[in-house]
Design a protein around this ligand. Sequence first.
Ligand code: FMN
Length: 198
Amino acid sequence: MKILGICGSPKGKKSTTRFGLEKALAAAAAVGVETQMLAIRDYQFSGCCDCGACYKELKCAQADDFSERLLPLLSDPDIKGMIYASPVYFGGVTAQMKAFMDRCVPFRRNGYLFEDRISGVLTVGRSRHGGQELTAMDLIKNCLIHGMTVVPDRSPTSHFGGMLWSGHPDGIEKDEKGIETAENLGKRVAEITLKIHG
Ligand SMILES: Cc1cc2nc3c(=O)[nH]c(=O)nc-3n(C[C@H](O)[C@H](O)[C@H](O)COP(=O)(O)O)c2cc1C
């Protein structure tokens, strides 16, 4: 049983979103599930062109990394939970995350293949109130449209998921409240995934 963390930042190891997602995945692993990080930046693909080819089969007409590498990776039956993580860009998800979410439409069109997965979301903004919750809603809408069950960060923080602030004067590592929401999110996704699929 695996929980897949999906990072929508264009940055590599220095990504603050990756930092938050790693906290969430570590907390999930501590509950007793396997975890895997998927960094969208490691794959070359663009958005969906609505050609309709995926209505017929779980296949995409665009010949790129999404078709060749991500379709098989995301089809892994061992994935029972997913955590979507994005930086806040103009109050919403990054272009990379949006392209990723749109390209996942073949999974919906071929029998709602994500439907039984448990999901949660995490966002990072440079401003304390820069649109983290709005960005979370972009990610939550995606999960709901796939039919997934979305869970919040676990009590006592329990709101919309992991919400972090990269503008902390001493760095995101000092955003203790934000890190707490990330860890509580990972815990909750793992706990519910185990309850449903364990
Ligand atoms: C094009 C662009 C738009 C941004 N818009 C916002 C915003 O609306 N609100 C906010 O709080 N931060 C905004 N930021 C800052 C990023 O959310 C912030 O630097 C975040 O920590 C980046 O995550 P990363 O390190 O994982 O890439 C923006 C950054 C860029 C490049």
